[in-house]
Design a protein around this ligand. Structure first.
Ligand code: GLY
Length: 322
């Protein structure tokens, strides 16, 4: 970890001298109840977030696009059992994982999303294919999986997503009297997302999730909804949300952050913090990551913690949970 940080600082210094452009990336691994995380869990999470950020930043540093950087970062986190997305997705009330994801490019408003998919290894890659290879923005369930098969996207057995820990979470949620669905923020694992600005000024955002433990089959949260879980708009901002999806849909949180910058001339920190405070007032828990056109980053949350990190051309690697 220390050696990696040192290496990054050397790379960072070199890149800063060579380029005057602002660019950068932020990622999140979900907001929620984090206070009972063991030291070992914290270390694993921080290492995964650091590794992902350093690799994604290298894409941007080499002149790569923000859409490639956010897709890469989210796919890395989907492949880890530490987060509630891809491999680590939580179970619905039928004991099945149903995943949602979306991606957006602020350059041309290209947007793609998938929802309620059960056997796709990397939902975020399929979301991008929906944007680039169909006339649609969102595909769901069986239709999305048939599309995935037709284009050769990686399909896995449901065994790939098997998790003792997530089954225990489901049993606990079912056992709770009147529990209904388990609040997304009660889990120690969460939705993943990334926002990035590249050297050409293009902003992109991506979000992926397994949703909520014990959710109804077919329930779709905010993560695949453009404007709620994900938004990207060149010259303004890019946002990826995490938290209690129903509220994030009703308050169009990702777009709202950018709208306040665009129309009310707020800065990214004020805009995103204001919205999280407003959500807290109605008991809507969660957080978000946002980047603006000058690579300023905001990562507010109204929960106990949010797994998050960023690197930009003007700020060093920063990873935090609380
Ligand atoms: N924010 C993730 C969900 O509610 O599904």
């Amino acid at each position: 970890m220390k050696v990696k940080t040192l290496l990054f600082l050397i790379i960072f210094q070199t890149s800063y001298i060579m380029s005057s452009d602002n660019f950068g990336i932020a990622v999140h691994g979900g907001a929620g109840v984090m206070k009972n995380l063991s030291e070992e869990q914290k270390q694993k999470i921080e290492n995964k977030i650091s590794d992902t950020l350093i690799k994604a930043y290298t894409i941007l540093e080499k002149g790569g696009s923000s859409i490639d950087a956010v897709e890469f970062a989210v796919a890395e986190l989907e492949d880890s059992p530490l987060f509630n997305a891809g491999k680590g997705s939580v179970y619905n009330s039928n004991g099945v994982q149903e995943m949602d994801a979306s991606i957006m490019s602020g350059k041309d408003r290209m947007a793609g999303a998938v929802a309620s998919i059960q056997r796709i290894k990397n939902p975020i890659k399929l979301a991008r294919k929906v944007a680039e290879s169909t006339e649609h923005v969102m595909l769901v369930g069986e239709g999305a999986e048939i599309f995935a098969k037709n284009i050769g996207e990686t399909i896995v057995d449901q065994d790939y997503f098997y998790s003792e820990k997530n089954l225990k979470r489901l049993k606990k949620a079912k056992a709770k009297k009147n529990a209904g669905i388990q609040s997304a923020t009660q889990d120690k694992i969460g939705t993943v997302g990334a926002v990035a600005l590249d050297i050409n000024g293009n902003i992109s955002a991506a979000t992926s999730t397994g949703g909520m433990t014990n959710k109804m089959p077919g329930r779709v949260g905010d993560s695949p909804i453009i404007g709620s879980g994900t938004w990207a708009q060149n010259g303004v901002c890019g946002v990826s949300s995490t938290g209690h999806g129903e509220y994030f849909i009703k308050y169009q949180v990702a777009r709202e952050v950018c709208a306040r910058i665009e129309y009310l001339d707020k800065n990214i920190r004020t805009s995103s913090k204001e919205i999280l405070n407003e959500l807290k007032n109605i008991d809507a828990e969660g957080g978000l990551i946002a980047i603006d056109s000058e690579a300023n980053i905001a990562m507010p949350f109204n929960t106990d913690g949010m797994i998050r990190g960023s690197i930009t051309s003007k700020s060093t690697l920063n990873v935090a949970i609380y």
